[in-house]
Design a binder for this molecule. Structure first.
Ligand code: AMP
Length: 173
Protein backbone atom coordinates (compact mmCIF):
# COMPACT_ATOMS: atom_id res chain seq x y z
CA UNK A 1 0.00 0.00 0.00
CA UNK A 2 1.14 3.57 -0.59
CA UNK A 3 1.71 5.97 2.30
CA UNK A 4 -1.28 7.99 1.02
CA UNK A 5 -3.45 4.88 1.36
CA UNK A 6 -2.08 4.34 4.87
CA UNK A 7 -2.77 7.98 5.73
CA UNK A 8 -6.41 7.49 4.73
CA UNK A 9 -6.67 4.82 7.44
CA UNK A 10 -5.57 7.10 10.29
CA UNK A 11 -8.54 8.20 12.40
CA UNK A 12 -8.70 11.72 13.82
CA UNK A 13 -10.20 11.77 17.32
CA UNK A 14 -10.89 15.36 18.44
CA UNK A 15 -10.40 16.36 22.09
CA UNK A 16 -8.60 13.16 23.18
CA UNK A 17 -7.07 12.74 25.72
CA UNK A 18 -7.68 16.41 26.54
CA UNK A 19 -9.60 19.23 24.86
CA UNK A 20 -7.87 20.84 21.89
CA UNK A 21 -5.77 17.78 20.92
CA UNK A 22 -6.62 15.93 17.72
CA UNK A 23 -5.48 12.41 18.53
CA UNK A 24 -4.11 10.45 15.56
CA UNK A 25 -5.52 6.96 16.11
CA UNK A 26 -3.46 4.30 14.33
CA UNK A 27 -5.52 1.35 15.57
CA UNK A 28 -7.45 0.93 12.28
CA UNK A 29 -4.12 0.66 10.46
CA UNK A 30 -2.59 -1.79 12.96
CA UNK A 31 -5.73 -3.94 12.86
CA UNK A 32 -5.65 -4.29 9.07
CA UNK A 33 -3.28 -7.08 7.98
CA UNK A 34 -2.13 -5.52 4.70
CA UNK A 35 -1.85 -1.99 6.11
CA UNK A 36 0.16 -3.13 9.14
CA UNK A 37 2.58 -5.18 7.02
CA UNK A 38 2.94 -2.35 4.54
CA UNK A 39 3.67 0.18 7.32
CA UNK A 40 6.45 -2.04 8.66
CA UNK A 41 7.86 -2.48 5.14
CA UNK A 42 7.94 1.29 4.58
CA UNK A 43 9.66 1.81 7.96
CA UNK A 44 12.16 -0.96 7.16
CA UNK A 45 13.01 0.55 3.77
CA UNK A 46 14.25 3.73 5.49
CA UNK A 47 15.83 1.96 8.46
CA UNK A 48 17.70 -0.87 6.68
CA UNK A 49 20.45 1.22 4.99
CA UNK A 50 21.20 2.86 8.35
CA UNK A 51 22.26 -0.59 9.56
CA UNK A 52 20.87 -0.44 13.12
CA UNK A 53 21.72 -2.97 15.84
CA UNK A 54 18.78 -1.89 18.02
CA UNK A 55 15.29 -0.43 17.62
CA UNK A 56 14.31 1.58 20.70
CA UNK A 57 10.57 2.04 21.14
CA UNK A 58 8.52 3.57 23.97
CA UNK A 59 5.35 2.06 25.37
CA UNK A 60 2.82 1.39 24.26
CA UNK A 61 2.40 1.98 20.54
CA UNK A 62 6.17 2.14 20.03
CA UNK A 63 6.26 -1.52 21.11
CA UNK A 64 3.86 -2.57 18.37
CA UNK A 65 5.71 -0.94 15.49
CA UNK A 66 9.16 -1.34 17.06
CA UNK A 67 8.87 -5.07 17.73
CA UNK A 68 7.68 -5.79 14.22
CA UNK A 69 10.35 -3.55 12.67
CA UNK A 70 13.16 -5.13 14.71
CA UNK A 71 11.99 -8.57 13.58
CA UNK A 72 11.83 -7.47 9.94
CA UNK A 73 15.37 -6.00 10.12
CA UNK A 74 16.86 -8.81 12.19
CA UNK A 75 17.94 -6.51 15.01
CA UNK A 76 17.24 -6.28 18.72
CA UNK A 77 14.40 -4.37 20.36
CA UNK A 78 14.84 -2.28 23.50
CA UNK A 79 11.73 -1.06 25.34
CA UNK A 80 11.62 2.38 26.93
CA UNK A 81 9.09 2.14 29.76
CA UNK A 82 7.25 4.33 32.21
CA UNK A 83 8.96 4.52 35.66
CA UNK A 84 8.66 1.47 37.88
CA UNK A 85 8.00 -1.09 35.13
CA UNK A 86 11.51 -2.38 34.37
CA UNK A 87 13.05 -4.87 36.81
CA UNK A 88 16.78 -4.22 36.37
CA UNK A 89 19.18 -1.26 36.81
CA UNK A 90 17.83 1.71 34.86
CA UNK A 91 18.60 5.12 33.42
CA UNK A 92 15.80 7.69 33.31
CA UNK A 93 14.97 10.82 31.28
CA UNK A 94 12.11 13.26 31.96
CA UNK A 95 10.48 15.27 29.17
CA UNK A 96 7.51 17.44 28.23
CA UNK A 97 4.64 16.17 26.10
CA UNK A 98 2.10 17.93 23.89
CA UNK A 99 -0.09 17.28 26.94
CA UNK A 100 1.72 17.04 30.33
CA UNK A 101 5.14 15.68 31.34
CA UNK A 102 6.44 12.15 31.60
CA UNK A 103 9.53 10.04 32.23
CA UNK A 104 10.99 7.05 30.42
CA UNK A 105 13.45 4.44 31.62
CA UNK A 106 15.59 1.87 29.86
CA UNK A 107 17.80 -0.82 31.31
CA UNK A 108 21.32 0.47 31.90
CA UNK A 109 22.83 -2.55 30.10
CA UNK A 110 20.37 -2.52 27.15
CA UNK A 111 22.57 -0.48 24.82
CA UNK A 112 26.31 -1.09 24.65
CA UNK A 113 28.96 1.46 23.67
CA UNK A 114 28.92 2.06 19.92
CA UNK A 115 25.56 0.33 19.34
CA UNK A 116 23.71 1.76 16.34
CA UNK A 117 20.20 2.67 17.46
CA UNK A 118 17.06 3.85 15.68
CA UNK A 119 14.53 5.49 17.99
CA UNK A 120 11.01 4.81 16.84
CA UNK A 121 7.53 5.99 17.74
CA UNK A 122 4.07 6.14 16.23
CA UNK A 123 3.77 9.95 16.32
CA UNK A 124 6.32 12.78 16.34
CA UNK A 125 4.55 15.69 18.05
CA UNK A 126 6.73 18.14 20.05
CA UNK A 127 9.70 15.76 19.90
CA UNK A 128 10.01 15.56 23.70
CA UNK A 129 9.65 11.78 23.85
CA UNK A 130 12.08 11.13 21.02
CA UNK A 131 14.56 13.63 22.47
CA UNK A 132 14.46 11.77 25.80
CA UNK A 133 15.19 8.49 24.01
CA UNK A 134 18.11 10.06 22.13
CA UNK A 135 19.47 11.32 25.47
CA UNK A 136 19.20 7.84 27.03
CA UNK A 137 21.00 6.19 24.10
CA UNK A 138 23.81 8.75 24.18
CA UNK A 139 24.20 8.49 27.96
CA UNK A 140 24.82 4.76 27.49
CA UNK A 141 27.39 5.38 24.73
CA UNK A 142 25.18 4.30 21.82
CA UNK A 143 24.92 6.09 18.47
CA UNK A 144 21.49 7.28 17.26
CA UNK A 145 21.48 6.56 13.52
CA UNK A 146 17.91 7.73 12.99
CA UNK A 147 14.60 8.81 14.51
CA UNK A 148 11.71 7.15 12.72
CA UNK A 149 7.96 7.76 12.99
CA UNK A 150 4.78 6.63 11.33
CA UNK A 151 3.27 10.13 11.67
CA UNK A 152 4.80 13.60 12.01
CA UNK A 153 2.75 16.60 13.17
CA UNK A 154 4.92 19.16 11.36
CA UNK A 155 3.15 22.18 12.92
CA UNK A 156 4.60 21.22 16.34
CA UNK A 157 8.21 21.49 15.07
CA UNK A 158 9.39 18.25 16.69
CA UNK A 159 12.24 18.08 14.18
CA UNK A 160 13.81 21.22 15.64
CA UNK A 161 13.98 19.49 19.01
CA UNK A 162 15.83 16.63 17.30
CA UNK A 163 18.40 18.81 15.52
CA UNK A 164 21.44 16.78 14.55
CA UNK A 165 19.41 13.56 14.25
CA UNK A 166 18.35 12.04 10.93
CA UNK A 167 14.50 12.19 11.13
CA UNK A 168 11.92 10.48 8.92
CA UNK A 169 8.15 9.98 9.03
CA UNK A 170 5.94 8.04 6.62
CA UNK A 171 2.93 10.36 6.96
CA UNK A 172 2.94 14.12 7.58
CA UNK A 173 0.26 16.58 8.70
P1 AMP B 1 5.97 14.24 21.67
O1 AMP B 1 6.84 13.85 22.80
O2 AMP B 1 5.29 15.56 21.92
O3 AMP B 1 6.65 14.21 20.33
O4 AMP B 1 4.77 13.23 21.65
C1 AMP B 1 4.93 12.02 21.13
C2 AMP B 1 4.20 10.97 21.91
O5 AMP B 1 2.90 11.38 22.34
C3 AMP B 1 4.02 9.81 21.04
O6 AMP B 1 4.36 8.67 21.78
C4 AMP B 1 2.58 9.80 20.65
O7 AMP B 1 2.07 8.52 20.81
C5 AMP B 1 1.88 10.73 21.60
N1 AMP B 1 1.13 11.80 20.91
C6 AMP B 1 1.36 13.13 21.01
N2 AMP B 1 0.47 13.83 20.30
C7 AMP B 1 -0.32 12.94 19.70
C8 AMP B 1 -1.44 13.04 18.83
N3 AMP B 1 -1.91 14.22 18.42
N4 AMP B 1 -2.03 11.90 18.40
C9 AMP B 1 -1.55 10.70 18.82
N5 AMP B 1 -0.52 10.53 19.65
C10 AMP B 1 0.10 11.63 20.10
Amino acid sequence: MTTDELKAMVRDVPDFPVEGIIFKDLMPLIGHAEAFRSTIEHLAEWARPRDPDIILGAEARGFIFGGALAYELGCGFVPARKPGKLPWEKVRATYELEYGTDSLEIHADAIGPGARVIVLDDVLATGGTAHAKVELVERLGGEVVGALFVIELTFLDGRERLEGTDVHALISY
